[in-house]
Design a protein around this ligand. Structure first.
Ligand code: MN
Length: 196
């Protein structure tokens, strides 16, 4: 299949002043688009051409894995943003209470994990194989699919996600990003896992 760059589910300036229109133009229009284009080039006339994005991620390595995972991760990241307030579903709130006791504890642990990642990568909130919430951090294009976990939320910790707006202040970007989480999206991902 030919992979297509997703449309942003919001206006490019919707996250201002926390994430600028300029960042969105580069992040979605150049970086995300670039991974889609490169993936399509790399899989042409290979067995990966017939696979879904998830199937490629689970079976490929090298450049094909990296570009496929970057497409998936960016789709997840942009779908996880929302400028208006949202809140976790009852089921998600219950799980957060069970595994982290409070939302503040989850936030602190998530942002510490993302701040502490050396270099480029992604921090995720996932459901692990025991059915518990888990915070996971991966370098480069890593994601929880390979370990059989179900991703609920991700934060892009590559410099291109924040350098225009925050320069080297990653912690400040993370704090602002937290306020932009689309909890409806996170809750839907949990519901899809629960109803599977
Ligand atoms: Mn990115």
């Amino acid at each position: 299949m030919v992979h297509v760059l997703m449309d942003l589910p919001f206006d490019k300036s919707a996250m201002e002043p926390y994430i600028s229109k300029e960042t969105m133009e580069y992040h979605h229009g150049k970086h995300h688009a670039g991974y889609v284009k490169k993936l399509n080039t790399l899989i042409k006339n290979t067995t990966y051409e017939k696979m879904s994005l998830e199937e490629i991620i689970m079976t490929a390595d090298g450049g094909i894995f990296n570009n496929a995972a970057q497409v998936y991760n960016h789709d997840f990241y942009f779908n996880g943003l929302r400028s208006s307030k949202s809140a976790p579903s009852t089921a998600l709130a219950t799980l957060i209470e069970l595994d982290f006791s409070t939302m503040e504890t989850l936030k602190k642990a998530f942002l510490e994990a993302a701040s502490g990642l050396f270099g480029s990568g992604w921090t995720w909130l996932s459901i692990n194989t025991q059915g518990n919430l888990e915070i996971e951090t991966f370098s480069n294009a890593g994601n929880p699919l390979l370990s059989g976990h179900t991703p609920l939320l991700t934060c892009d910790v590559w410099e291109h996600a924040y350098y225009i707006d925050y320069r080297n202040a990653r912690a400040e970007y993370l704090e602002k990003w937290w306020a932009l989480i689309n909890w409806d999206f996170v809750s839907e991902n949990l519901a899809a896992y629960t109803n599977k």
